[in-house]
Ligand binder design. Structure first.
Ligand SMILES: [Zn+2]
Length: 237
């Protein structure tokens, strides 16, 4: 059976998180959705994600998120946040918070750092954090970068895709997901007037045929010039 996960973005639409050069709630939702998309389209992963649109107090928000996680069948909980300290043009970096998942947290932090150039602040144990303490499956909380570090935000913007890919890669490895192979040719065929048929293959959603075969199918004369790598087709009068 495929192991499942639950991912969520920190805070809620009405109880916002950190905000400076970027807005934590908006960005956490983007990262959460993209990691989920990669895990379910580029890997054979399964799970669900949650964003809190309704809570109006911090307690309500924390409980709403954790309740959602605890109601699902899953083997791993992950949450996306962005950090904040004070406005700076210095680099701050990525860190991953955990209750007892130190190894996984270290791997995720290192992978994000390697992919993006964000400084690797590494794994940090935070047993008092509501999310980590109250989700009863293994959980990690990823602080992607600092919203108030210009350098971090620049690296985050430039590397959004590779950051999400790096997170997905480590989570997939942890949950035992396999990468879905693309580019495997599938047999297909081309038919002319529902009668004559030539073979084709579909690679990455595109149908490929031999030029010579389609030329013959259409009654065209083919002349190939190897030097100029040009295939010339002539209508036969
Ligand atoms: Zn946060």
């Amino acid at each position: 059976m495929t192991k499942r996960y639950v991912g969520s973005s920190g805070h809620s639409l009405k109880i916002r998180g950190a905000k400076c050069f970027i807005d934590e709630v908006d960005e956490a939702r983007k990262v959460t959705n993209e990691v989920h998309r990669i895990l379910t389209t580029q890997y054979n992963g399964a799970g669900s994600v949650f964003h809190d649109d309704t809570s109006t107090t911090q307690n309500q928000n924390l409980q709403t998120i954790v309740n959602y996680h605890n109601k699902q069948t899953r083997e791993l909980d992950w949450s996306i946040h962005f950090n904040a300290a004070n406005v700076t043009d210095a680099p701050r970096g990525v860190e991953v918070l955990y209750y007892d998942m130190k190894d996984l947290s270290a791997k995720v932090s290192a992978a994000i750092s390697k992919a993006s150039g964000l400084k690797d602040r590494g794994p940090k144990q935070r047993t008092e954090l509501y999310f980590l303490k109250n989700t009863y499956k293994p959980a990690i909380l990823i602080e992607v970068c600092f919203v108030d570090s210009e350098v971090d935000v620049d690296l985050y913007h430039k590397n959004f895709n590779v950051i999400c890919t790096a997170i997905a890669e480590i989570l997939a490895e942890h949950l035992g997901y396999a990468k879905i192979q693309t580019g495997q040719p599938a047999d297909a065929k081309i038919m002319l007037n529902d009668s004559k048929t030539i073979p084709a293959v579909i690679i990455d959603g595109r149908t490929h045929v031999q030029v010579r075969e389609i030329a013959e199918l259409l009654g065209l004369k083919l002349v190939y010039n190897n030097e100029s790598k040009t295939t010339k087709l002539y209508e036969v009068k």
